[in-house]
Design a protein around this ligand. Structure first.
Ligand SMILES: NC(=O)CCC(=O)C(=O)O
Length: 265
């Protein structure tokens, strides 16, 4: 058995349009997570935690080049020697705003940046945000990992590409509201089962910007078993994942070597 990775998912409410309140809360929650015993190896935040879906004013609220987020989170990682997947933030790049994940290692070094590829029209993202176009591969503590954001999980092609690129664990920060809880649970489990990888999803919870988010952050193993699931309230969801299980499951059902891409790609 390999050394397990201890994860802490910060399922929090986000005040739409109030970055000051959200930064203060995020910092308090990171401190709370780092104080857990045993200390987590990786702390994860939800989607667009800095602004929420205040999209009509997003250009004035977004973090310019992610500078504020990067400074705070990188310093925090160094201080507590912990990795952080800083959810996603609304980030200003020139005139455009992207929905972007930042990942920092225990030294506070940036190891990944991923911008949401599929914009969710039902929540008007396409009117206010610019889509990313680079899949979210990265490496964490020597393990190949990947990230998607919320609506991205409806695109199995992207998850498959990340798995074929080597990812053993997929992180999914989200702001996924009622009434689509059964889509959320089913899609996350499907991505885990079909790609035989861990899926770790951190959702927001409660009312924000006129929508009602249900929480239910989940950690799903490569066999599709839900090993931890939050309720509909603010919480820090903690679980250990053993990445050796990915190779074991891939060895039991050889999905990747059984693929016949010449027929369907
Ligand atoms: N923030 C999002 O991408 C929401 C996606 C969502 O709710 C869905 O049903 O898909």
């Amino acid at each position: 058995m390999s050394t397990p990775l201890r994860l802490a998912l910060i399922q929090m409410n986000i005040e739409a349009g109030n970055p000051e309140a959200n930064f203060a809360k995020m910092e308090a929650k990171l401190e709370e997570a780092a104080a857990l015993d045993p200390k987590p190896d990786l702390i994860i935040l939800p989607e667009m935690w800095n602004t929420g879906y205040a999209l009509t004013e997003i250009a004035t609220l977004a973090d310019a080049d992610g500078k504020r987020t990067k400074a705070i989170v990188s310093e925090f990682c160094r201080k507590y020697e912990v990795n952080v997947l800083a959810g996603s933030i609304a980030q200003l790049r020139g005139d455009a705003v992207t929905n972007t994940i930042h990942v920092f290692d225990r030294e506070g070094t940036s190891v990944a940046e991923y911008s949401k590829i599929h914009l969710f029209q039902l929540m008007n993202e396409h009117l206010h945000l610019e889509a990313g176009d680079i899949p979210g591969h990265f490496e964490l503590e020597g393990t190949p990992a990947a990230a998607m954001i919320c609506y991205d999980i409806r695109f199995p092609e992207l998850a498959r590409k990340l798995a074929l690129g080597g990812a053993k664990i997929l992180f999914v920060p989200a702001e996924w509201p009622h009434p689509r809880l059964h889509h959320w649970r089913t899609l996350l489990q499907a991505r885990a089962i079909e790609n035989q990888m861990y899926v770790v999803s951190c959702n927001t919870v409660g009312e924000s910007g006129g929508a009602n988010f249900f929480g239910h952050s989940m950690i799903i193993d490569p066999w599709g078993e839900v090993i931890a699931e939050a309720e509909e309230k603010e919480t820090i969801l903690v679980a250990n994942v053993d990445l050796a299980l990915v190779d074991e499951v891939r060895g039991r059902i050889p999905v990747f070597s059984d693929r016949r891409p010449a027929i369907y790609e």
